[in-house]
Design a protein around this ligand. Structure first.
Ligand SMILES: [Ca+2]
Length: 534
């Protein structure tokens, strides 16, 4: 994960390699190969966490010690083909995962099968059908992985299968020995060959968040893609791209790989969820006709509320559906406890500890219910956008706009429904506008949609302008225009419904709903916002 804005850089991953065979990706015949990036690993630390909630039923399996078979596959299904595996990749309900107390390489050095089994049971209960395994050459042993570690990988695949989950491998994480193609091939072969015909493993990411501006990496990648195909001919191969590089980075990889293309591209989304549809479509266009999946998507709850995290994931899931991207993988199942992340760039970034769907004590954040709804095809939580301002502190997706001019305060003094409303008192107004409380819809915003917003408002000696408004923005976050409702009559009023309607203008990629109060020397309360489109 990585993404400029809110993100933090995460890194991770590695990939597997394969062996030889077809040189062309399943979707098309194209070209060239690309290279890879680098990163640095580190050390480790501590555990923690406790599982708490668990949704649904999920089988579990025992974990523990013993190694598991490695070179074999479960024979329930026919031998996989490149097409069958790629089909699985495109719809995988995939999850990023490390134990709460053992992130990155620590998952392997402190391998705890019992904990992993319990976590995978939680993932299965969310509806996950696939889990990503990031593999570290410097931890496993390079160029020849130690049996202890290949056994751990085998046990991980077996634990996942026991929860009806397949696995994607990410090879060469926290590694950058690009000059050593022979050693890389030896290592990749040792890691992936046992799974070349194993239906439990559906894809290999050669390198996480590959930077195709790195010429050494590109040179290496162009050799490794064919080498891995030779090892595992029916294994779909990919590189992922960090959120900052985005579509540009994906196009760069495609160009760099030329005649030895990968089978699909893996986009990491840590950008603005309100513009997710436009961003995903741009990424798809950059590598068409190759398929795109979103291998990481997340928002930390250190710099954002848990309610915003939940809404963020829902927006990206909904956008992906419309764009035809059938697989997106939340980053990550668990928050990380202090000391869980090996000493590295990542471990020094506090936000990296807060991307989980579950807190370190094992309890679910609101985002877990969103992911479960998306994966099980059930309705999203009705209170996802906190329309009645009833969410607990720190769990609303609403945020203050122009707070220096006035701030919405949650209050139980008056409510149109439920227990809470929000109130503005003594607000100002500037050339920038009026202070407001704002949120964005879950439904992806597109030009031509007709949107309606309503809110109940009530005043006490209210003055100025108090209303609900809609604002549209393009894919570059440029304001395109907006509409506002009539203002609540000044003075002291009973609950009054304010309604605004407007059509998203050409170029619209996102919309914000604002309940606002400007130049108000009295008080206005707002409650029960309703937003819909047609
Ligand atoms: Ca309320």
């Amino acid at each position: 994960m990585t993404s400029p804005r809110r993100r933090v850089a995460l890194l991770t991953s590695s990939l597997l390699l394969g062996l030889a065979l077809p040189a062309a990706p399943a979707f098309a015949a194209t070209t060239v190969a690309k290279t890879a990036t680098t990163k640095a690993p580190t050390t480790t630390t501590t555990p923690t966490k406790t599982p708490t909630k668990t949704p649904t039923k999920a089988p579990t399996k025992a974990a523990t010690a013993a190694p598991v078979p490695t070179a074999t596959t479960k024979v329930i299904e026919p031998t996989p083909t490149l097409a069958s595996r790629l089909a699985a990749v495109k719809v995988a309900k995939s999850l990023n995962y490390y134990p709460s107390n053992a992130g990155w390489s620590n998952m392997w050095t402190k391998f705890d099968a019992t904990r992993i089994d319990a976590d995978l049971a939680k993932a299965q209960a969310l509806g996950a059908t696939n889990v990503r395994a990031l593999i570290f050459p410097n931890t496993f042993g390079y160029p020849t992985p130690k049996v202890e570690y290949t056994d751990k990988l085998s046990r991980f695949v077996t634990l996942a299968a026991a929860h009806n989950m397949t696995v994607k491998f990410t090879l060469f994480d926290w590694w950058d020995g690009y000059a050593d193609v022979a050693g890389s091939t030896t290592w990749a072969s040792a890691v992936i060959k046992p799974y070349k015909d194993d239906n439990r493993v559906i894809a290999v990411e050669v390198k996480n968040e590959f930077d195709a501006t790195d010429t050494a990496g590109v040179t290496w990648a162009k050799k490794m893609v064919p080498a891995i195909r030779a090892i595992a001919p029916t294994m779909p191969l990919t590189f992922s791209v960090d959120g900052g590089a985005g579509a540009t980075g994906m196009a760069r990889i495609k160009t760099a790989l030329g005649a030895t293309p990968v089978d699909y591209y893996d986009y990491h989304f840590y950008g603005n969820s309100e513009r997710a549809l436009a961003n995903i479509r741009t990424a798809q266009a950059a590598v068409a006709p190759a398929p795109v999946v979103i291998g990481e998507v997340g928002l930390n709850t250190l710099q954002n509320t848990e309610g915003e995290q939940a809404a963020f994931l829902a927006r990206v899931f909904e956008a992906a559906k419309i764009a035809g991207v059938g697989s997106l993988a939340p980053w990550t199942l668990n928050d990380f406890s202090t000391g869980a992340i090996p000493t590295s760039q990542v471990s020094t970034i506090q936000a990296q500890y807060y991307y989980g769907l579950y807190r370190t004590n094992g309890t679910a954040k609101p985002a877990a219910a969103v992911v479960r709804a998306e994966w099980t095809g059930t309705a999203l939580p009705a209170d996802l956008l906190d329309p009645g301002f009833e969410a607990a502190a720190g769990q609303t997706p609403w945020s203050a706009y122009l707070p220096e001019l006035g701030v919405a305060v949650k209050t139980q003094a008056i409510a149109h429904a439920g227990t809470w409303s929000i109130a503005f008192t003594n607000t100002d107004k500037s050339a920038a506008g009026s202070p407001s409380y704002r949120v964005a819809p879950i439904t992806p915003v597109q030009a031509g949609q007709k949107w309606t917003g309503s809110v109940w408002a009530r005043g006490n000696a209210a003055t100025g302008t108090n209303q609900i408004a809609l604002s549209w923005f393009d894919a570059n976050d440029k304001w395109l225009g907006g509409v506002s409702s009539a203002s609540l009559p000044v003075g002291t009023t009973a609950w009054t419904k304010l309604i605004v309607t407007g059509t998203a203008p050409a170029g619209s990629a996102s919309m914000q709903i604002h309940v606002k109060s400007g130049d108000n020397t009295g008080t206005v309360w707002f409650d029960d916002v309703l937003v819909s489109n047609s």
